[in-house]
Design a protein around this ligand. Structure first.
Ligand SMILES: O=c1[nH]cnc2c1ncn2[C@@H]1O[C@H](CO)[C@@H](O)[C@H]1O
Length: 321
């Protein structure tokens, strides 16, 4: 029987506890084929992100999937980065200090890999971007036709109509490289962005963790080990007994966009000052009298609501397998 074509996915990632979850869910999603991981700083520095990406593929026994290392600096070449090790542990994976992976990244940068794959499968690739958008912006710099050739870019990023998680203005991934984010949002690519206004609705609770602990599967057991630090952080920072599933929600939105509703409009990113990293959406309800920085820019899709129970069901089904 003719097999339904699986969506080809590249995950741009900074693993990261919730990145690890998203990667494992992706590898257990029959609807998609993960054709590569590209790495970026954010939750950890890029070198560690690469090491963790290789390690996670070894845990999942999927070393056939290539890892391309991404940028160590922002689009503007800044080396002073904001790294969220206080969220994920100093090793990025819940302070477990796993032995180093045996595999190596391929001999191609993340940006070059992204461009290559977009040429190989024009219009067919979905990039799921789970960290700061430096690699994607660099792919656009490398090849200005990248936005036309890439199928879709599904982004975990932004705080739309709500406060950020770095400060009241900014969400962590956009704050990590606002210049890159603004390039990507205004590139004309088919973009769906899932902000923390949506991912904060998807809570993985203590009870879910218990279910995972009772499952004898290798991945379930592995995740239980690394989730401790992420749980403690959420308890301290938000006074909640559970963790937000930012990355898994974004990945599942790429698999099944009907899990979300979205609105469309131009998004610009504040690049300086106290609101650096702010994502400002023009809802186009007003025809402004003056030409603004939003005028005539391409629109993107901004997630507004999510079917959280269905996302949680998909997460649990895939992790408890
Ligand atoms: O308070 C925080 N500061 C920095 N990063 C965070 C925080 N909370 C979550 N994340 C990480 O940033 C992405 C979502 O913004 C997620 O990858 C999450 O793990």
């Amino acid at each position: 029987m003719g097999e339904v074509e699986r969506k080809k996915i590249i995950i741009d990632t900074d693993p990261g506890v919730d990145d690890a979850m998203a990667i494992f869910i992706a590898l257990r999603s029959p609807e998609v084929e993960v054709i590569g991981l590209t790495t970026i700083y954010g939750n950890v520095y890029t070198t560690l992100a690469t090491r963790n990406a290789l390690h996670l593929l070894e845990v999942a026994e999927r070393t056939d999937i290539p890892v391309a290392e991404g940028s160590h600096v922002t689009l503007m070449k800044a080396t002073k980065l904001r790294i969220a090790e206080f969220v994920h542990g100093t090793d990025g994976l819940g302070n477990q200090y796993f032995p180093p992976p045996t595999g190596k990244a391929i001999d191609q940068s993340a940006a070059a890999f992204l461009v290559d794959k977009s040429n190989q499968y024009p219009g067919k690739i979905t990039v799921v971007a789970l960290g700061p958008l430096t690699n994607i912006a660099m792919a656009i710099e490398l090849d200005p036709t990248f936005p036309e050739k890439i199928g879709q870019i599904v982004i975990l990023g932004g705080a739309f109509f709500v406060n950020g998680n770095v400060n009241p203005a900014a969400e962590a991934n956009i704050f990590g490289d606002p210049d890159a984010a603004d390039v990507v949002f205004t590139s004309g690519a088919d973009i769906l962005t899932v902000g923390i206004n949506v991912t904060h609705q998807v809570l993985f609770t203590d009870a879910d963790l218990d279910k995972l602990a009772q499952c004898r599967g290798k991945i379930a057991q592995y995740l239980c080990k690394i989730l401790g630090v992420y749980f403690s952080y959420h308890h301290d920072a938000y006074s909640i007994k559970g963790v937000f599933l930012h990355d898994p929600t974004t990945f599942l939105a790429a698999v099944n966009p009907s899990l979300l509703t979205y609105t469309e409009g131009v998004v610009r990113v504040q690049k300086c000052g106290i609101t650096r990293g702010l994502t400002m959406f023009d809802d186009a309800k007003k025809r402004y009298g003056e030409i603004s920085e939003w005028y005539d820019k391409p629109k993107v899709k901004v997630a507004v609501t999510v079917d959280a129970p269905e996302v949680m069901k998909m997460v649990m089904d895939r992790l408890l397998e």
